[in-house]
Design a protein around this ligand. Structure first.
Ligand SMILES: [Zn+2]
Length: 104
């Protein structure tokens, strides 16, 4: 995910930035249902990057709700490569057994 805010909504512009940064640190630690793989910041650009692992986007949304009020969050959902490879094998078997072909 990427998050971008501006100098007006930057946590450093809050009345007490230390309190905000503590809240953000809690969020960046994740929850039981959202495992945080890593977080990174480009401070001068007011951009944050986060990689998480979760079963439900709703859980991710709840985790990031406080950040969303400060600026946009762009989420890119991805799937483990090996599960996609396995799905491709299964679909190929189904297509072969039913004489279906994939469109070119
Ligand atoms: Zn900022």
């Amino acid at each position: 995910m990427t998050h971008r805010h501006n100098y007006k909504t930057c946590p450093l512009s809050d009345d007490d930035p230390a309190i905000t940064v503590e809240l953000l640190s809690e969020i960046m630690s994740g929850t039981e249902s959202v495992k945080v793989i890593g977080t990174w910041m480009n401070g001068p650009a007011h951009e944050g990057y986060m990689v998480v692992e979760a079963e439900s986007f709703g859980d991710v949304h709840r985790l990031l709700a406080a950040i969303a009020a400060r600026g946009e969050i762009i989420t890119v959902a991805v799937t483990d490569f090996h599960s996609v490879a396995e799905l491709t094998k299964q679909l190929t078997k189904v297509a072969q057994s039913t004489c279906l072909t994939f469109a070119e």
